[in-house]
Design a protein around this ligand. Structure first.
Ligand code: SPV
Ligand code: MG
Length: 431
């Protein structure tokens, strides 16, 4: 019989550090994951964003995990005493205070070995996490946004325009103020979806085409998605879009109150860029709400009043009307370089409505911090185009460098090593 290797999990089963612990643990034997129960998390004031069953589903799909035990005690001391595993895998920086293994070993209550999860080569988090290979059902993914809105302070959302972007969003992690932070959700942007196809952001790329891309993206990701459906088209068509999105497992659709040939909002006021009437847009929202099959799907109305210079009062009037028409959330957009008009909108709106979700995309007012947005009552922040904007200049630079030198050696420094590329996706480099 192999060794029993114990790993503890809180609400972090989709995060890089947990996946690293599991990847390390499976090198030593049969991995048993103690998942802290919803109740135990609630007792220490850390309500789970994913419920126990959801976390268990994900963990059980990870390579090398033999079984899961419900861990009723938050710190894991009782679980370790009961399990008496051969090995306990902790985080690299877990000191005695946070390490039940070291604590019990020093008290003579457990004779196993404590092993710190390996750090891996720099930047290899992606490989380690991808190695795990798990999936989720559409219904499970769809529900996650509501859970995040309930439990999370701010839903941190990143633009995605390819499955590889999805993998980055799934696995990217960084330390901020002593905590590991990742993205919570994905934004399917009309701008980047059109741009990668070399087409303009004016609804020329139809939803069927974009949804086919989402299907592939969903093969390799688990996080919830907000879908930018532009104007939503005619209400009768929007109803079908809602159904298609729901069936795929998208959590929310965002439609903007424009008519005519839609242009990107960051261009500002342009001929043919008019705002829809409040009545018509409310009708579109309620048509979408009536079409949805689950209670969890969200329709978010996007207000373009600040973009089109219609002013704050118009934005607020629309916000109230759209919420009354059934919108689950409101996206308020701005092309100002400063966040003040967004703050004013949020402050005024929150005086009378504490529940409708507020969504922002701080592309132009990029200096604003998440903590400031949260303090003004924002629930979802969308980084709407940053992966594509980062990728394009990097690719162009590599292409020009090769042209300029007549060979590719100079471009090597601009590129990830080939063996890292081969290790990026599990099974590419395995027999
Ligand atoms: C998008 O990402 O397509 C958006 C946000 O709609 S913006 O480009 O700012 O209009
Ligand atoms: Mg768009």
């Amino acid at each position: 019989m192999g060794k029993t290797v114990y790993v503890r999990a809180e609400d972090d089963v989709q995060g890089a550090p947990f996946c690293t612990r599991v990847a390390t643990a499976r090198q030593y034997g049969d991995v048993v994951v103690g998942i802290v129960t919803d109740r135990a998390l609630a007792q220490v004031n850390r309500p789970a964003r994913l419920d126990f069953e959801g976390r268990q589903r994900i963990v059980l799909q990870m390579d090398g995990v033999a079984r899961v035990v419900a861990q009723e005690d938050f710190d894991g001391l009782d679980t370790l005493r009961r399990l008496q595993p051969d090995v306990y895998v902790c985080d690299l920086d877990d000191g005695v205070a946070r390490n039940p293994g070291l604590f019990l070993a020093s008290a003579g209550e457990w004779q196993g070995e404590v092993i710190a999860a390996s750090q891996g080569p720099a930047g290899s988090e992606v490989c380690q996490v991808l190695d795990i290979g798990f999936g989720v059902t559409p219904a499970f993914r769809l529900r996650q946004l509501r859970r995040l809105l309930t439990y999370s302070g701010l839903v941190r959302t990143m633009e995605v325009h390819s499955p590889l972007c999805g993998i980055i969003i799934e696995t990217a992690a960084a330390e901020r103020d002593g905590q590991m932070i990742g993205f919570d959700a994905m934004w399917s942007s009309s701008l980047t979806d059109a741009t990668v196809r070399g087409k303009p952001d004016n609804e020329v790329v139809d939803h069927s085409t974009r949804l086919a891309g989402l299907n592939e993206l969903f093969d390799v990701t688990t996080k919830p998605m907000l879908y930018d459906a532009d104007t939503g088209g005619k209400p009768e068509h929007f109803a079908y879009t809602v159904r298609s999105l729901e069936r795929l497992g998208v959590s929310a659709v965002v439609i903007e109150d424009k008519i005519g040939l839609k242009r990107n909002s960051l261009l500002g006021e342009r001929p043919g860029q008019e705002q829809e009437s409040i009545d018509n847009f409310c009708h579109k929202i309620s048509t979408g709400k009536a079409a949805q099959a689950t209670k969890d799907f969200a329709v978010i109305g996007r207000i373009e009043s600040l973009i089109l210079n219609a002013g704050l009062e118009d934005a607020l009037e629309r916000a109230r009307a759209y919420a009354n028409a059934g919108a689950d959330g409101l996206m308020i957009h701005s092309r100002s370089k400063e966040p003040e008009e967004i703050f004013s909108f949020c402050n005024r709106f929150r005086r009378t409505d504490g529940t409708t979700a507020l969504v922002v995309a701080p592309t132009s007012y990029s200096g604003v911090r998440e903590s400031e947005l949260q303090a003004h009552g924002v629930n979802v922040v969308i980084y709407a185009n940053h992966l594509l904007r980062a990728a394009y200049p990097a690719m162009l630079n590599a292409a020009q460098t090769i042209l300029a030198h007549g060979r590719c050696r100079e471009a090597e420094a601009l590129c990830m090593p080939v063996d890292a590329l081969l290790r990026l996706i599990p099974q590419t480099s395995e027999p």
